[in-house]
Unconditional design. Structure first.
Length: 240
């Protein structure tokens, strides 16, 4: 059995002990390290390279969100579960931007926490469930990402598991291009386009191109107001 190795980051020893207590009987889960500060968390992540990171947002030396961004850049395979005392729309928005896989309040039931760790350990992005379960937040998050997508800052602050070429192809999909049209626009073969789309669906754990586009829009990786690209499309390119 492959164990899911966990790094717990929280400045309260009692909370960290509670996490250990919650998962101590789960054979496939193992806490490999604990950190009470952001700097210690970064150091331990380099030492242990954990599968899952449980991350408190309020750390004494730096923002938990900044820690999440650093961890995702250094160890993109690590799943980050952001833990907070109170649900907050702005925190949820920023957690998505930082590349978090999941977002939960600290009063989560231990059974649900174990399930959350298992799913994130399998590479799932569950943070969208927080957004989709709250329509007002979903609308707000998507609107803000569309605004952010208009400035260059997004490409350097929003984590994306996709390669630049995959983002380019997904952007073309969002603008209604077929595989053949994408191949022509990017001067690559139809099969290469298909291979990239297969990779995109696998990385985002979605079933079709439409879901992939919605996911990418929500995360600010692509935008729909690229008039220059739309002018380059043939008139027939109207559907995904």
């Amino acid at each position: 059995m492959n164990q899911i190795e966990i790094l717990v980051i929280d400045d309260h020893p009692l909370f960290r002990r509670g996490i250990r207590w919650s998962i101590e009987e789960e054979e496939e889960l193992k806490v490999v390290g604990e950190a009470a500060s952001g700097q210690e968390a970064i150091r331990l992540s380099d030492v242990h390279v954990p599968d899952v990171v449980l991350l408190d947002l309020n750390l004494p030396d730096m923002s938990g969100l900044e820690v999440a961004r650093i961890l995702k850049r250094r160890h993109p395979q690590a799943g980050v579960i952001v833990l907070t005392m109170h649900e907050d729309d702005e925190q949820l928005f920023n957690a998505i931007r930082a590349g978090a896989n999941a977002y939960s309040t600290k009063d989560i039931d231990p059974v649900n926490l174990v399930q959350l760790i298992r799913r994130v350990g399998r590479g799932e992005y569950l943070i969208n469930e927080n957004v989709l379960s709250r329509p007002f937040v979903a609308s707000k998050v998507l609107d803000q990402f569309r605004e952010l997508a208009q400035i260059d800052e997004v490409s350097s602050t929003v984590f994306s598991p996709l390669t630049p070429r995959e983002v380019e192809i997904l952007d073309s999909v969002a603008h209604g291009n077929s595989n053949k049209e994408i191949a022509r626009l990017l001067n690559i073969s139809d099969q290469t386009v298909k291979n990239h789309i297969t990779s995109i669906l696998r990385k985002l754990a979605v079933n079709d191109r439409t879901q992939a586009v919605i996911y990418a829009l929500r995360h600010g990786w692509i935008k729909l107001n690229d008039d220059a690209q739309q002018r380059d499309q043939p008139d027939s390119a109207k559907s995904v």
